[in-house]
Design a protein around this ligand. Sequence first.
Ligand code: HAM
Length: 427
Amino acid sequence: MPEFRTTPGFRDLLPPASTRQRAFVDVFAGLVERAGYDLVVPPMLEDIGVFERLGKATDVVTKEMYDFVDKGDRHVVMRPEQTASLCRAFVEHRPPTPWKVWYAGPNFRYDRPQRGRYRQFDQVDVEVLGTDDPEADVEVISLGWRLYEHLGLRQVTLAVNSLGAGDDKARHLEALTSFLSQHAGDLSTLSRDTLARNPLRVLDSKRPDDAEIVAAAPTIDQFWSDESARHFDAVLAGLRAIRIPFVVQPRLVRGLDYYVRTAFEYVGGTLESAQNALGGGGRYDGLVEALGGPPTPGVGFALGVDRTLLACDDEGVFPPPSRSVDVFVVDTTGGRHATVLADRLRASGWHVERSFDSRSMKSQMKSADRSGAEVAVIIGADEAASGTAVARPLRTDADQSTVELDVLEQHLDSILTTVAPVRDASR
Ligand code: HAM
């Protein structure tokens, strides 16, 4: 037993899971950058006030924050999410709007660890600040949907709702609180507790004891103002126009309290219901103002990287990328020739590997084979003395040839183009 292990809810991400995660972020970045979103990298540590503004009724804020007082007596928190950080950054730097940004990185919540729920977890997000155009909601929602399509996931459902805004939101909350209070005796103990802190969240209960009351509770659609209804209709019409299927779920509420109007979730069909939200988001039109900025509407989402990749495992899609090695340098003279040649060939853009520890020719050839390299470039004592190398194709029946080192690149170019025509285009 090792003396130290990761603490509960924290994990080491090792290859190939780590390379897969990198590939996932690359795919996401490609998709959202093509839509005009730029990367922002907010810090992982924030003043606790940034998240306290999210509302003291939110579990993420009251129960799950990794907060501490630092050596300068500042009360800080390891960010539990990034939307509030982003709005804090907006207020601090005042970029021109619409501000279309994306980000990726870890978040920290003192949650109960289980499959798909960790204390450190990664998200990728997009946010658009400075417009309340429903077409912006549609664009944001579509980007998440297109990502899932791109990954090959088929069992994802898009659930949408409008939580209303201002008066209609307040009137719904009042009616809901009164209804749930009248039926509090029939609710589960946990939901009674939630009712006291955050009545909206009771609608999110998946406990069988609550099902009947939740089904009968007043839903927001009965309270929408004309403006809220118009905005929501426009979002739905936009989704239809680009053929994104959705389900309107009048009981959809979100775990964070800053949402107004549009709220949505991408639900994974293969995951346990308590952890089946692969991602979610919505509008948070008052958040920038709550953090001391000018009135600035915003809409965005965060996708859980870990859960999305679990869903990919379940559906057998988006495997870890396989590495394509072009050349393996085998050096039986001690290893310095391999150092020089690998350095030179890597500079030409090839993917080049080699062995260490002066291993035998046989053992190095085995490693070359295992690496998947297309060609072994072999240097023994004779080749070292004559300024040559042997180039041996490993994946075809083509003969090996002895090549002057001066023209090695040309030779590799000719055999690698026939053997492996798709190589790094940056060369
Ligand atoms: P959220 O719903 O709290 O929203 O988190 C978004 C996604 O992060 C979830 O759907 C889930 O996939 C993943 N996630 C959350 N908690 C955990 C956890 N403990 N372990 C693993 N994955 C988790 C937000 O964070 C908002 N900031 C989203 C947003 C952006 N709204 C507007 N813009």
